[in-house]
Design a binder for this molecule. Structure first.
Ligand SMILES: NC(=O)c1ccc[n+]([C@@H]2O[C@H](COP(=O)([O-])OP(=O)(O)OC[C@H]3O[C@@H](n4cnc5c(N)ncnc54)[C@H](OP(=O)(O)O)[C@@H]3O)[C@@H](O)[C@H]2O)c1
Length: 308
């Protein structure tokens, strides 16, 4: 069976192997024929660090080849999106049924494969702010894979969203997502914000803390722009009294990954959420997709397809 593995001698540290073992599913696992998968920035470091032969892959969409032996989960032939822990970039994979969601015909495999890591991050980070109806929300890195989804979900939830983007040409792209305001610098953002969803980190996070309302929440899911120095005075100087900074991990809780995938896939089916695929190619080009991502050339998600 073919699948992507780490190989330190291969370009980009990845190689398509053709001698992987067939899946041996546990009782609560179905077997998928993978049709498309997505990549994420967090996988870069793992690919570098893990030994040769390691199998990455979390964002997966495909067709159920074998239903779970315990009788639960999607039936044979169902089109599904899945969020396995690893080893998702292969022709056939076992995956716990509770980490899958059935896809409506209106959702393509490519769109679905853009959802697991980025979509759960956006959805679960937004929830940490409670009700955002009529409230101001700031999303940094707003045209990235997570940022685009976070903006759309916050807008759908009734928030007034300010989007921070990395350069002026991306402001229009953010406006297309329904934001109230798009800024390249937080100097131009006007708080106070009820919720900040931060996908950038670095000095901008400190600035964002200074824009929080009293008791508000900043959900931090990245430190792409480096470390942030924070002191208590960053909170009280601006009136962000008793505001909270949440160090966010998207995979928790694991039991409800499938439920949350179903919510996201449903919104895509209804045309209320657009994953935004900025790069697409066959899976033989997985290393190229990582190169484009490292160069910050991709707007939105990179998705690879697996021909059948
Ligand atoms: N904690 C978690 O559970 C979790 C889950 C998912 C993702 N993440 C992390 O969240 C971050 C965003 O993920 P993603 O999939 O959205 O990545 P992405 O698609 O590459 O988007 C990154 C976004 O951040 C901007 N950006 C990147 N580096 C920047 C920098 N140094 N300064 C300012 N802006 C910068 C990019 O702007 P341009 O593209 O315009 O340059 C883009 O808008 C990544 O660091 C990822 O590892 C964490």
């Amino acid at each position: 069976m073919r699948g992507v593995i780490t190989d330190s001698r291969a370009p980009g540290g990845l190689r398509l192997a053709d001698d992987l073992p067939e899946p041996e599913p546990a009782a609560g696992e179905c077997v998928l024929e993978v049709r498309a998968f997505g990549i994420n920035p967090g996988e870069v470091r793992l690919i570098e660090e893990r030994p040769d032969g390691w199998r990455p892959g979390q964002d997966v969409a495909g067709v159920v080849l074998r239903a779970a032996a315990d009788g639960g989960g999607p039936p044979v032939g169902a089109r599904v999106v899945a969020y396995p822990e690893w080893e998702g970039w292969a022709e056939r994979i076992p995956v716990p049924t509770r980490w899958t969601a059935v896809l409506d015909d209106r959702v393509s495999f490519e769109e679905a494969a853009a959802l697991p890591v980025s979509g759960l991050t956006a959805l679960r980070a937004l929830r940490l702010g409670g009700s955002v109806l009529g409230r101001d929300v700031l999303v940094t890195g707003a045209t990235g894979g997570v940022g685009r989804l976070a903006v759309q979900l916050a807008v759908a939830a009734g928030a007034r969203v300010t989007a921070q983007v990395s350069r002026p040409e991306r402001e229009a792209e953010a406006r297309e997502l329904g934001v109230y305001r798009a800024v390249t610098s937080l100097d131009d953002a006007t708080g106070p914000f009820h919720l900040v969803l931060d996908g950038v980190g670095g000095p901008a996070l400190r600035q964002a803390i200074g824009l929080l309302a009293p008791g508000a929440t900043a959900v931090v899911y990245s430190s792409a722009a480096g470390a942030t120095e924070l002191t208590l005075s960053d909170f009280y100087r601006s009136g962000a009294y008793n505001a909270k900074v949440v160090g966010f991990v998207s995979t928790v809780p694991e039991e409800t990954k499938g439920e949350d995938l179903a919510i996201l896939a449903g919104l895509v089916a209804d045309g209320r959420l657009r994953p935004g695929i900025g790069w697409a190619g066959e899976w033989t080009r997985t290393a190229d997709a990582f190169t484009a991502m490292a160069r910050r050339e991709i707007r939105g998600k990179a998705v690879l397809t697996v021909p059948v």
